[in-house]
Design a protein around this ligand. Sequence first.
Ligand code: Q46
Ligand code: ZN
Length: 312
Amino acid sequence: MNCKKCHTKAVIGLPRHNAAFCKVCFNEFVHDQVARAIKAERMFGPQDRILVAVSGGKDSLALWDVLLKLGYKADALYVDLGISGYSATSREKAVRFADTVGAAHKATLLTHTVQEAEGAGIRELADLIHRPTCSACGTIKRYQFNRAAVEHHYDVMATGHNLDDEAARLLGNVLHWQEEYLDKQSPSLPASVEGFAKKVKPLYRLSEREIAAYAVLNRIDYIVEECPMAKGSKMLLYKEVLNRLETESPGAKQSFYWGFLDKQAKAQPASASMTEKDQASLHPCSTCGQPTTAEICSYCKMMARASAAKSS
Ligand code: Q46
Ligand code: ZN
């Protein structure tokens, strides 16, 4: 198998593109896919400051790596969830990457430690308020990333969601006809109101397998294990189903998700109406000042419930 571009020995085959690449041309392909995503979805420009949400996993570290190599000003934030046997290792990977590749590009890694800030790790917090760990985790991560982006004046927040993540999420949303989520499943969500950072997903054109190959070929040291809380999740099941489809017909995931994006772009004249709607119903949380539709934001409510449960 030879490289489609330079005809030397290929290191990876990409059935959905009917192509194979050597390491150099594969890196070019990955960089090009990210550059296309940034341009097509008007994610950010060369002068913008980007905050990458890193977890120590392959996707977020590969995203940080690509953005720095493309010349963008990208710092990162790592949220330490305090999950024993997982958080220490994932943190170590994020810090090591920051100390090597990050430092070479003068990029900074910010950290937020849940145990330190909220007095308990994510599992304990979730138990205290009787909520599934992943739902409490989602609230904390969304809040802390948005807060850091706004407080440190980043123009945009980038996450490492890839084609497999987005296709699986779309499948879940369609299976349950969650139209309100479908509306917001875009690779680029504008900063709808003051206090909410713009959010983008520059890896949406690349599959999980392609990103894993990029990480390995570029010697990115990432945590291979998934978060232990992900076991048995519906997302993993949807990914499995989509992988079966992909094996049978290469390109299935891409046409499913990209097809959705095409239809969405035709149906929605940008996100103007959503922005107006959001703007009208949001105001500052009376506890922390972050935007919310209620009197107190869901993060502050969650923390108040946790500390009440602790002291009772
Ligand atoms: S990190 Fe958090 Fe995920 Fe772990 S606790 Fe669940 S939501 S599975 S992306
Ligand atoms: Zn609040």
